[in-house]
Write a protein that binds this ligand. Structure first.
Ligand code: PDD
Length: 286
Protein backbone atom coordinates (compact mmCIF):
# COMPACT_ATOMS: atom_id res chain seq x y z
CA UNK A 1 0.00 0.00 0.00
CA UNK A 2 1.28 3.48 -0.86
CA UNK A 3 1.42 5.59 2.26
CA UNK A 4 0.22 9.14 2.43
CA UNK A 5 2.92 11.36 3.88
CA UNK A 6 3.06 15.06 4.74
CA UNK A 7 5.62 17.43 3.23
CA UNK A 8 5.51 21.18 3.81
CA UNK A 9 1.74 21.55 3.92
CA UNK A 10 0.82 18.83 1.39
CA UNK A 11 -0.51 15.31 1.85
CA UNK A 12 1.09 13.21 -0.89
CA UNK A 13 1.62 9.58 -1.86
CA UNK A 14 5.09 8.66 -0.54
CA UNK A 15 6.30 8.14 -4.12
CA UNK A 16 5.59 11.80 -4.93
CA UNK A 17 7.14 13.36 -1.84
CA UNK A 18 10.25 15.47 -2.60
CA UNK A 19 12.89 17.23 -0.50
CA UNK A 20 15.75 19.25 -2.04
CA UNK A 21 19.30 17.84 -2.18
CA UNK A 22 20.34 21.20 -0.65
CA UNK A 23 18.20 20.60 2.41
CA UNK A 24 20.37 21.06 5.51
CA UNK A 25 18.76 17.99 7.04
CA UNK A 26 20.24 15.91 4.21
CA UNK A 27 23.63 17.69 3.99
CA UNK A 28 24.31 18.41 7.68
CA UNK A 29 21.84 16.46 9.83
CA UNK A 30 20.58 19.96 10.73
CA UNK A 31 17.15 18.92 11.90
CA UNK A 32 15.16 17.52 14.78
CA UNK A 33 12.52 14.83 15.06
CA UNK A 34 9.90 13.24 17.28
CA UNK A 35 8.33 9.78 17.34
CA UNK A 36 4.86 9.43 18.84
CA UNK A 37 3.22 6.03 19.31
CA UNK A 38 -0.31 5.29 18.21
CA UNK A 39 -2.45 2.74 20.05
CA UNK A 40 -6.00 2.09 18.93
CA UNK A 41 -5.72 5.00 16.48
CA UNK A 42 -4.87 7.50 19.23
CA UNK A 43 -1.66 9.38 20.06
CA UNK A 44 0.30 8.47 23.20
CA UNK A 45 1.66 11.40 25.26
CA UNK A 46 1.36 13.82 22.33
CA UNK A 47 1.73 16.88 24.58
CA UNK A 48 5.07 15.62 25.88
CA UNK A 49 6.44 15.11 22.39
CA UNK A 50 5.31 18.56 21.24
CA UNK A 51 6.93 20.18 24.28
CA UNK A 52 10.23 18.42 23.60
CA UNK A 53 10.05 19.37 19.90
CA UNK A 54 9.78 23.02 20.96
CA UNK A 55 12.77 22.61 23.26
CA UNK A 56 14.91 20.97 20.53
CA UNK A 57 13.99 23.74 18.07
CA UNK A 58 14.78 26.45 20.64
CA UNK A 59 18.19 24.93 21.41
CA UNK A 60 19.05 25.05 17.69
CA UNK A 61 17.57 28.54 17.15
CA UNK A 62 14.95 27.22 14.75
CA UNK A 63 11.40 28.48 14.66
CA UNK A 64 8.46 26.15 15.10
CA UNK A 65 6.68 25.98 11.74
CA UNK A 66 3.29 24.85 13.13
CA UNK A 67 1.29 25.56 16.27
CA UNK A 68 0.05 22.83 18.63
CA UNK A 69 -3.39 22.54 16.99
CA UNK A 70 -1.82 22.28 13.52
CA UNK A 71 0.63 19.57 14.64
CA UNK A 72 -2.26 17.59 16.15
CA UNK A 73 -4.30 17.97 12.97
CA UNK A 74 -1.46 16.70 10.73
CA UNK A 75 -0.86 13.72 13.05
CA UNK A 76 -4.56 12.87 13.06
CA UNK A 77 -4.89 13.25 9.30
CA UNK A 78 -2.00 10.86 8.70
CA UNK A 79 -3.40 8.32 11.16
CA UNK A 80 -6.79 8.50 9.43
CA UNK A 81 -5.53 8.59 5.82
CA UNK A 82 -3.23 5.59 6.45
CA UNK A 83 -5.70 3.64 8.60
CA UNK A 84 -3.20 3.35 11.47
CA UNK A 85 -4.49 1.40 14.44
CA UNK A 86 -1.19 0.64 16.19
CA UNK A 87 2.09 2.16 15.07
CA UNK A 88 3.84 5.48 15.14
CA UNK A 89 3.92 8.91 13.60
CA UNK A 90 7.38 10.26 12.79
CA UNK A 91 7.88 14.01 12.42
CA UNK A 92 10.98 15.83 11.26
CA UNK A 93 11.77 19.53 10.99
CA UNK A 94 14.98 20.63 9.29
CA UNK A 95 16.49 24.08 8.83
CA UNK A 96 15.42 23.83 5.22
CA UNK A 97 16.96 24.50 1.82
CA UNK A 98 19.05 27.69 1.63
CA UNK A 99 19.86 27.00 -2.05
CA UNK A 100 23.59 26.39 -1.47
CA UNK A 101 25.78 24.48 0.95
CA UNK A 102 27.15 26.78 3.66
CA UNK A 103 28.18 26.04 7.27
CA UNK A 104 26.60 29.28 8.50
CA UNK A 105 22.88 29.10 9.28
CA UNK A 106 20.70 30.70 6.60
CA UNK A 107 18.60 33.79 7.37
CA UNK A 108 15.03 33.83 8.60
CA UNK A 109 13.76 33.77 4.98
CA UNK A 110 14.82 30.10 4.69
CA UNK A 111 11.66 28.09 5.43
CA UNK A 112 12.07 24.92 7.51
CA UNK A 113 11.29 21.58 5.89
CA UNK A 114 8.51 19.66 7.61
CA UNK A 115 8.05 15.95 6.94
CA UNK A 116 5.75 13.47 8.68
CA UNK A 117 5.00 9.83 7.96
CA UNK A 118 3.40 6.86 9.68
CA UNK A 119 4.60 3.32 10.31
CA UNK A 120 2.03 0.64 11.02
CA UNK A 121 2.93 -1.82 13.82
CA UNK A 122 -0.09 -4.02 14.53
CA UNK A 123 -0.02 -5.34 18.11
CA UNK A 124 2.61 -2.78 19.16
CA UNK A 125 1.66 -3.00 22.85
CA UNK A 126 1.67 -6.84 22.86
CA UNK A 127 5.16 -7.28 21.46
CA UNK A 128 6.52 -10.80 22.11
CA UNK A 129 9.90 -9.15 22.88
CA UNK A 130 8.40 -7.72 26.07
CA UNK A 131 7.69 -11.26 27.32
CA UNK A 132 11.22 -12.49 26.57
CA UNK A 133 13.06 -9.26 27.46
CA UNK A 134 16.02 -7.73 25.63
CA UNK A 135 19.64 -8.78 25.78
CA UNK A 136 22.12 -5.91 25.53
CA UNK A 137 25.85 -5.42 25.15
CA UNK A 138 27.80 -2.39 26.33
CA UNK A 139 29.63 -0.11 23.90
CA UNK A 140 31.49 3.18 24.31
CA UNK A 141 29.31 6.27 23.90
CA UNK A 142 31.09 8.34 21.26
CA UNK A 143 28.14 10.60 20.34
CA UNK A 144 28.28 14.40 20.50
CA UNK A 145 27.75 16.34 23.73
CA UNK A 146 24.16 17.59 23.21
CA UNK A 147 22.18 14.36 23.26
CA UNK A 148 19.35 16.22 24.98
CA UNK A 149 18.52 17.76 21.58
CA UNK A 150 16.63 15.19 19.50
CA UNK A 151 18.55 15.68 16.25
CA UNK A 152 18.45 13.44 13.18
CA UNK A 153 22.19 12.77 13.64
CA UNK A 154 21.65 9.04 14.24
CA UNK A 155 24.71 7.44 12.66
CA UNK A 156 26.39 6.20 15.84
CA UNK A 157 23.13 4.85 17.32
CA UNK A 158 22.66 2.94 14.04
CA UNK A 159 26.23 1.60 14.18
CA UNK A 160 25.73 0.55 17.80
CA UNK A 161 22.44 -1.19 16.89
CA UNK A 162 24.27 -3.09 14.12
CA UNK A 163 27.06 -4.09 16.52
CA UNK A 164 24.38 -5.41 18.88
CA UNK A 165 22.72 -7.37 16.05
CA UNK A 166 26.07 -8.85 15.00
CA UNK A 167 26.61 -9.91 18.62
CA UNK A 168 23.22 -11.68 18.49
CA UNK A 169 21.51 -9.34 20.99
CA UNK A 170 18.77 -6.72 20.86
CA UNK A 171 20.44 -3.44 21.72
CA UNK A 172 23.49 -1.71 23.17
CA UNK A 173 23.89 0.31 26.35
CA UNK A 174 26.30 3.16 25.81
CA UNK A 175 28.98 3.89 28.40
CA UNK A 176 30.83 7.16 28.99
CA UNK A 177 33.46 7.74 31.70
CA UNK A 178 32.54 4.39 33.27
CA UNK A 179 28.80 5.07 33.49
CA UNK A 180 25.82 4.06 31.36
CA UNK A 181 24.30 6.98 29.50
CA UNK A 182 21.38 5.34 27.64
CA UNK A 183 20.49 2.70 25.05
CA UNK A 184 20.84 3.31 21.30
CA UNK A 185 17.33 4.79 21.18
CA UNK A 186 15.95 4.47 24.71
CA UNK A 187 16.61 5.44 28.33
CA UNK A 188 18.21 2.84 30.62
CA UNK A 189 17.28 1.76 34.17
CA UNK A 190 18.36 -0.82 36.73
CA UNK A 191 16.37 -2.12 39.69
CA UNK A 192 17.69 -3.25 43.08
CA UNK A 193 14.98 -4.27 45.53
CA UNK A 194 12.25 -1.61 45.37
CA UNK A 195 14.65 1.04 44.01
CA UNK A 196 14.85 2.14 40.39
CA UNK A 197 18.09 3.80 39.34
CA UNK A 198 18.42 5.85 36.16
CA UNK A 199 20.82 8.54 35.00
CA UNK A 200 19.81 12.10 35.87
CA UNK A 201 18.81 14.50 33.09
CA UNK A 202 21.56 16.60 31.54
CA UNK A 203 23.17 17.22 28.15
CA UNK A 204 24.39 13.62 27.97
CA UNK A 205 21.03 11.86 27.48
CA UNK A 206 17.76 12.46 25.71
CA UNK A 207 15.06 13.64 28.10
CA UNK A 208 12.74 10.75 27.33
CA UNK A 209 9.04 11.51 27.27
CA UNK A 210 8.37 7.90 28.27
CA UNK A 211 10.98 8.26 31.06
CA UNK A 212 9.11 11.21 32.59
CA UNK A 213 5.79 9.34 32.62
CA UNK A 214 7.27 6.05 33.87
CA UNK A 215 9.12 7.74 36.75
CA UNK A 216 5.89 9.51 37.71
CA UNK A 217 3.96 6.19 37.71
CA UNK A 218 6.77 4.48 39.66
CA UNK A 219 6.67 7.13 42.40
CA UNK A 220 2.86 6.93 42.52
CA UNK A 221 3.20 3.16 42.99
CA UNK A 222 5.48 3.81 46.03
CA UNK A 223 8.61 2.63 44.23
CA UNK A 224 11.82 4.49 45.09
CA UNK A 225 13.47 6.37 42.24
CA UNK A 226 17.12 7.39 42.34
CA UNK A 227 18.39 9.60 39.51
CA UNK A 228 22.14 9.04 39.44
CA UNK A 229 24.91 7.45 37.40
CA UNK A 230 25.41 3.68 37.42
CA UNK A 231 28.14 1.51 35.91
CA UNK A 232 27.84 -1.64 33.79
CA UNK A 233 29.19 -3.64 36.76
CA UNK A 234 26.44 -2.27 39.00
CA UNK A 235 23.90 -3.07 36.26
CA UNK A 236 25.13 -6.67 35.95
CA UNK A 237 24.60 -7.12 39.69
CA UNK A 238 21.09 -5.60 39.62
CA UNK A 239 17.91 -7.61 40.22
CA UNK A 240 16.46 -6.44 36.93
CA UNK A 241 16.77 -3.77 34.28
CA UNK A 242 14.68 -2.14 31.59
CA UNK A 243 14.61 0.55 28.94
CA UNK A 244 11.91 3.03 27.94
CA UNK A 245 11.03 4.72 24.66
CA UNK A 246 7.98 5.85 22.73
CA UNK A 247 8.16 2.75 20.53
CA UNK A 248 9.23 0.09 23.08
CA UNK A 249 7.24 1.56 26.04
CA UNK A 250 8.81 -0.24 29.04
CA UNK A 251 11.00 -3.08 27.76
CA UNK A 252 12.59 -5.49 30.27
CA UNK A 253 16.33 -6.14 29.87
CA UNK A 254 17.34 -9.67 30.94
CA UNK A 255 21.02 -9.88 30.04
CA UNK A 256 23.96 -7.45 29.93
CA UNK A 257 27.25 -8.44 28.25
CA UNK A 258 26.33 -12.13 28.53
CA UNK A 259 25.42 -11.93 32.24
CA UNK A 260 21.83 -12.88 33.11
CA UNK A 261 20.04 -10.53 35.51
CA UNK A 262 18.22 -12.39 38.29
CA UNK A 263 16.75 -15.54 36.78
CA UNK A 264 17.22 -14.23 33.23
CA UNK A 265 13.54 -13.42 32.79
CA UNK A 266 11.71 -10.06 32.79
CA UNK A 267 11.55 -8.68 36.32
CA UNK A 268 8.41 -7.84 38.28
CA UNK A 269 9.10 -4.09 38.48
CA UNK A 270 9.60 -3.72 34.71
CA UNK A 271 6.58 -5.91 33.98
CA UNK A 272 4.37 -3.93 36.36
CA UNK A 273 5.56 -0.55 35.07
CA UNK A 274 4.92 -1.67 31.50
CA UNK A 275 1.33 -2.59 32.38
CA UNK A 276 0.72 0.65 34.27
CA UNK A 277 2.32 2.76 31.53
CA UNK A 278 0.30 1.20 28.68
CA UNK A 279 -2.98 1.29 30.65
CA UNK A 280 -2.61 4.88 31.85
CA UNK A 281 -1.31 6.26 28.57
CA UNK A 282 -4.09 4.61 26.57
CA UNK A 283 -6.63 6.29 28.86
CA UNK A 284 -5.03 9.70 28.26
CA UNK A 285 -4.42 9.17 24.50
CA UNK A 286 -5.56 11.84 22.05
N1 PDD B 1 14.04 7.22 20.33
N2 PDD B 1 17.25 8.10 24.18
C1 PDD B 1 17.46 8.13 22.85
C2 PDD B 1 18.86 8.27 22.36
C3 PDD B 1 16.37 8.02 21.96
O1 PDD B 1 16.58 8.06 20.64
C4 PDD B 1 15.06 7.85 22.48
C5 PDD B 1 13.85 7.76 21.59
C6 PDD B 1 14.90 7.82 23.88
C7 PDD B 1 13.54 7.69 24.52
O2 PDD B 1 12.78 8.86 24.38
P1 PDD B 1 11.17 8.80 24.32
O3 PDD B 1 10.75 8.09 25.54
O4 PDD B 1 10.79 10.21 24.32
O5 PDD B 1 10.83 8.06 23.05
C8 PDD B 1 16.00 7.95 24.70
C9 PDD B 1 12.95 7.18 19.38
C10 PDD B 1 11.84 6.30 19.83
C11 PDD B 1 13.49 6.82 18.01
O6 PDD B 1 14.51 7.38 17.66
O7 PDD B 1 12.86 6.03 17.30
Amino acid sequence: MTRTVYVNGDYLPETEARVSIFDRGFLMADGVYEVTSVLGGRLIDFGGHLARLQRSLDELEMSNPLDAAEWLEVHRQLIARNGIDDGMVYLQVTRGNPGDRDFAFPGADCAPTVVLFTQSKPGLADSPAAKAGWKVISLPDIRWGRRDIKTVQLLYPSMAKMAAKKAGVDDAWLVEDGFVTEGTSNNAYIVKGNRIVTRALGHDILHGITRAAVLRFAREAQMEVEERNFSIDEAKAADEAFVTSASAFVMPVVQIDGVDLGDGRPGSVATRLREIYIDEMKKAAL
